[in-house]
Design a protein around this ligand. Structure first.
Ligand code: PLP
Length: 441
């Protein structure tokens, strides 16, 4: 390992892992769908960082917008107005699914946005409980880690998440409802959820928060009708429906937001990542106008020094303009989705260890199994100590010049939305090799 890698390992704490012995390439440059380490080695970014760099690396218009803003105004208090902040909020309102429009509270990322969303929901409804799914990730701050359903919540959990009620959402491949068809899965999931709502008292539940497609926990696409069913349930009981579009937003699924691809309209949208293609930290909560106007007469219960930071919102304006100019969302739907699905299905035809290929747009995962018939996971879910065999897969990919990430037996394939078809083929070949290495132990 290089001197810089040693320096990094010595002084930087890397998220989620035991630090000892961990080393990774030191990335110094990016261009399009490629990353370069300090030795000049090139990698295909098949994970868009953490499914965030939707526009690809170093887009010149966004880089210029950030530089121009840095030379003009680097900081302005959120208590006064700012030009780029206004322009970005209007663009987001127009992009939102609401004809009535939206207002935006800006933050610096996904976790903070979910924290703020909870305070906003409680202020709007006077109800404290929040429903979230078990197989979900909503961030790692004090509140958002409690909203998170999956195992990352266990690490250091101290408080147990007062007011957070969890439910099982559909997962047709490993049905928690013993269902045999997606229709049955959908029906049973909704019926059980309504029971939970009744037991928790509907008029104490402020919101139901859900990733419209499960993200880091293996890209689970919900069966047709499920999100519609959630919409109907929430409307019936006066519960606000919140889509966490932090990972799915800004073209990732082939539309501005994943809710759009399912034809379902929430009441609030939490966003981050793709809004600036991750160039500058930015997130936020979008609230439909009819709800947001509540805060015309009552104080908003939220505030941060960096809310609507000029560098971030300037990057956001340029990013949304670049998406539009490049027809990027439609490309993800019409060009990338069929090509990625076909490429990964071809791998599944060859590799028995692929249990399922799932995804939409340029947002896919492979779920790996020991045995297709029993569906035994290739490594157990949520058991970090047993996940070591997966290192062979990621090591082989890295050696072939491909970066991605995964969780336990699920691995991501989610390149920037500007990825070329030749780069995709390069990625499939590398996955083919890494799957062979993994299967051969
Ligand atoms: C769906 C979802 N919500 C929230 C978050 C947290 O965002 P951040 O890491 O910016 O705090 C993530 C991060 O991956 C996410 O995927």
């Amino acid at each position: 390992m290089t001197e810089l890698a040693e320096l990094h390992a010595r002084h930087v704490l890397t998220p989620w892992i035991a630090q000892g012995g961990f080393r990774a390439p030191v990335l110094v440059r990016g261009e399009g769908s490629s990353l370069f380490d300090e030795t000049g080695k090139k990698y295909l970014d098949a994970g868009s960082g953490l499914v965030a760099v939707n526009l690809g690396h170093s887009h010149p218009a966004v880089a210029k917008a950030i530089a121009d803003q840095a030379h003009t105004l680097c900081y302005s208090s959120p208590a006064w107005f700012n030009d780029k902040r206004a322009i970005l909020a209007e663009k987001l309102s127009k992009m939102s699914p609401w004809d009535e429009g939206a207002r935006v509270f800006f933050t610096t990322g996904g976790a903070e946005s979910n924290d703020d969303m909870v305070r906003i929901v409680r202020a709007l409804t006077g109800r404290s409980k929040i429903l979230t799914a078990y197989r979900s990730y909503h961030g790692a701050s004090g509140q958002s880690i409690e909203l998170t359903g999956e195992d990352r919540r266990w690490t250091g959990e101290a408080h147990g998440g007062a007011g957070v009620i969890r439910f099982f959402a559909p997962y047709p491949y490993r049905s928690p409802f013993f269902a045999t068809t997606p229709e049955e899965e959908c029906e049973r999931a909704l019926a059980q959820l309504e029971r939970i709502v009744m037991h928790e008292s509907p008029n104490r539940i402020g919101a139901l928060l859900i990733e419209p497609i499960v993200g880091s926990n293996g890209v689970v696409v919900y069966p047709a009708g499920y999100l519609e069913g959630l919409r109907a349930l929430c409307t019936k009981y006066g519960i606000l429906l919140v889509f966490d579009e932090v990972m799915t937003g800004f073209g990732r699924t082939g539309a501005a937001f994943a809710g759009e691809r399912h034809g379902v309209v929430p009441d609030l949208i939490v966003f981050a990542k793709g809004v600036t293609s991750a160039y500058v930290p930015l997130g936020g909560v979008m609230i439909r106008e009819s709800l947001a106007k509540t805060f015309d007469d009552r104080p908003l219960p939220n505030g941060h020094t960096y809310s609507g930071h000029p560098l971030a919102v300037a990057a956001g304006v340029a990013t949304l303009e670049a998406y539009e100019a490049g027809g990027i969302f439609a490309r993800a739907r019409d060009v990338l989705e069929p090509k990625i699905r076909a490429g990964l299905e071809a791998l599944a035809a060859k590799h028995e260890i692929i249990g399922e290929v799932r995804g939409m747009g340029a947002f896919f995962a492979l779920e790996l199994v020991k045995d297709r018939a029993t569906k035994e996971p290739f490594v157990p879910w949520a058991d970090a100590k047993s996940a070591a065999p997966m290192k062979a897969f990621f090591g082989a990919l890295r050696e072939r010049g491909v970066y991605t990430f995964g969780r336990f037996n699920c691995v991501m394939f989610a390149p920037p939305l500007v990825v070329t078809e030749a780069e995709l083929d390069f990625g499939f070949e590398a996955y083919d090799h890494a799957l062979t290495v993994l299967a051969n132990g």
